[in-house]
Design a protein around this ligand. Structure first.
Ligand code: EPU
Length: 414
């Protein structure tokens, strides 16, 4: 990706359907043998991957534009192969629905990843509590259960995909499951609402105690995926960093309270306008301190983007990452663009210098890539980002959307 920095971004961007809601909803469609119709499906590489995964299991997936129909009439294999799990950790989400429906699942154990070791012990402990027997054979987790029986699961950490996985398994278990210290992310709420629309009985959504009454079967449904709050937050920061004025159509402000509050503090004006958010910055960027936390706290998925913005402030800012242990891969690359950042344990201390200078940099993971694009948009001169395939996992047509609001950005073949 080659960016000539310095253009103010002005105009309107349509926010796409949420990646982290679409992925579990595709997979939750396994819970029924009837067709499920999804709308507002984003065009992302991770969605192509989940489609492949479902097809391998013998499930019919028809996609056309933003619509998808998934029909898991019968299940072929119950295995998620290494080739797919290694490219997308969220593949682990098939475990819950497969256990619920087929009483068996075999999923390649995800390895480490660019943002930390990311264990799945809490998913597995939960399945065991529901009655599954788990073994590890040749790099695969094999889970089997004669029957799943409702129980109380107290999560040591409010894991997002862990909560979703256990909720899906519990939806078809015998009796009632209570998940304590459940994740409260809007995407988790979305999965619960989707299960309820299929005839499930999940209550307590959006709180840290979920109560799931198992039902004997679920039916097909039609569902529109929520807008992507991380995509929206990324473009909000883009408006601030380029001193632009963007209208982000389709954004849901109630999902973004912590981000909006921080960006206000950083000097941005952000307000609701019919069906979206107007985001602009006219004065200087102010330094802010932030600590990432589970929802409703400031999201870890926006940490890298905010850090790029803080490089443009004039002053000291401290960003603490408390969700993942190693999510500062963007720091080294931002430094190549002239940033003054020092990492101490879980915190990054940013001495804002009011400017960045374009440089060749390398993307390491999805949100780190986004922060480099933002830095490039605001930097003087040319920024060349390699390994931008990371971006396509989670941002729909990013360079097209940015070009339409005035960015000088183009993708060249690597
Ligand atoms: N954790 C464990 N054991 C487990 C599960 C999690 O120790 O069994 C730890 C993790 O290592 C981490 C913390 O708990 O330190 C929270 O991780 P969580 O399980 O909540 O993350 P996740 O479910 O793997 C989802 C999103 C991520 C997002 C995080 C946090 C999806 C598909 N992924 O991951 O999204 O950063 O929640 O909000 O929903 C992204 O979109 O770029 C992305 C990485």
């Amino acid at each position: 990706m080659i960016i000539q920095g310095g253009e103010r971004l002005i105009g309107e961007i349509q926010i796409a359907g949420a990646k982290n809601a679409a992925l579990p909803l595709f997979i939750a469609s396994l819970l029924t043998d009837e067709p499920v119709h999804l709308h507002n499906v984003p065009a992302l590489r991770d969605i192509d991957t989940v489609e492949k995964l479902l097809r391998i299991m013998g499930i019919t997936v028809d996609r056309s534009g933003g619509d998808a129909t998934i029909h898991a009439k019968t299940l072929g294999t119950i295995e998620a192969p290494y080739e797919l799990v290694k490219t997308m950790r969220a593949s682990i989400l098939v475990m819950g629905p497969l256990l619920a429906r087929a009483r068996e699942a075999k999923v390649s154990l995800p390895g480490g990843c660019a943002i930390g070791t990311r264990p799945i012990n809490l998913h597995l402990d939960g399945f065991q509590a529901l009655g599954a027997r788990i073994t590890l054979e040749h790099g695969y987790i094999h889970a089997r259960a004669k029957r799943l029986k409702g129980t109380t699961i107290d999560l040591p950490l409010p894991t997002v995909t862990g909560t979703e996985n256990l909720m899906m398994a519990a939806a078809l278990a015998e009796g009632t499951t209570v998940i304590e210290n459940a994740a409260r992310e809007p995407e988790v709420v979305e999965v619960g609402e989707f299960i309820n629309q299929m005839g499930g009985e999940v209550s307590g959504l959006g709180t840290n105690t979920l109560v799931i009454k198992g039902v004997p079967g679920l039916h097909g449904t039609e569902y529109t995926i929520m807008p992507d709050r991380v995509e929206a937050a990324t473009y909000m920061v883009a408006a601030g960093m380029t001193r632009g004025n963007l209208f982000l159509k389709g954004t849901q402000p109630q999902h973004l309270k912590a981000v909006i509050e921080k960006l206000h503090e950083a000097g941005m004006e952000i307000y609701e306008e019919n069906g979206g958010l107007r985001c602009l910055l006219t004065g200087p960027i102010k330094s802010v301190d932030v600590k990432t936390l589970p929802f409703p706290g400031f999201p870890t998925d926006v940490q890298a983007q905010l850090m790029a913005m803080m490089c443009l402030a004039n002053g000291l800012s401290v960003i603490s990452e408390t969700v993942f242990e190693n999510r500062f891969m963007h720091v080294g690359e931002l430094k190549r663009m002239g940033a003054d950042i020092q990492v101490e344990g879980h915190s990054a201390i940013i001495r804002g210098r009011g400017e960045l200078s374009g440089a060749p940099v390398m993307a390491t993971d999805l949100r780190a890539s986004a922060s480099l694009v933002l830095a490039g948009l605001a930097a003087s001169g040319t920024t060349e980002i390699s390994r931008i395939y990371h971006l396509d996992r989670g941002y729909e047509r990013m360079e097209e959307k940015l070009r339409a609001v005035g960015a000088n950005i183009r993708r060249v073949k690597e």
